[in-house]
Design a binder for this molecule. Structure first.
Ligand code: HEM
Length: 72
């Protein structure tokens, strides 16, 4: 996700990065993450680092008891 297009730069990028970090931390706390069987995650370097061919993931909600212990 680019924060610069042409001569202009996003002035909210620090805030956006903070939001993204918090969102990912919340998702990691609330779901069990797994790849489809047989899928091999590989990295593609094309200006930015990204997963080659996308990155399909299964998110399985963790038990409610775990959710209640997570703040927020
Ligand atoms: C993933 C989130 C975001 C992405 C990918 C993003 C991306 C960008 C990009 C590419 C530009 C330049 C646009 C242009 O050249 O016209 C821009 C400008 C801007 N962004 Fe963001 N942005 C994000 C989040 C935010 C947030 C959270 C804020 C404020 C809280 C924000 C405020 C701004 C402002 C005010 C500008 C205009 C800057 C100027 O006038 O030069 N952005 N953003």
């Amino acid at each position: 996700m680019p924060f610069i297009v042409g001569p202009r730069k996003c002035i909210g990028f620090r805030f956006a990065e903070l939001e993204i970090t918090i969102m990912l931390a919340m998702l990691v706390q609330r779901f069990n993450w797994s790849l489809p069987v047989g899928h091999k995650a590989e990295i593609e370097y094309s200006g930015a680092i990204r997963p080659l061919g996308g990155l399909p993931v299964y998110l399985q909600p963790l038990p409610q008891a775990t959710l209640e212990t997570v703040p927020g």
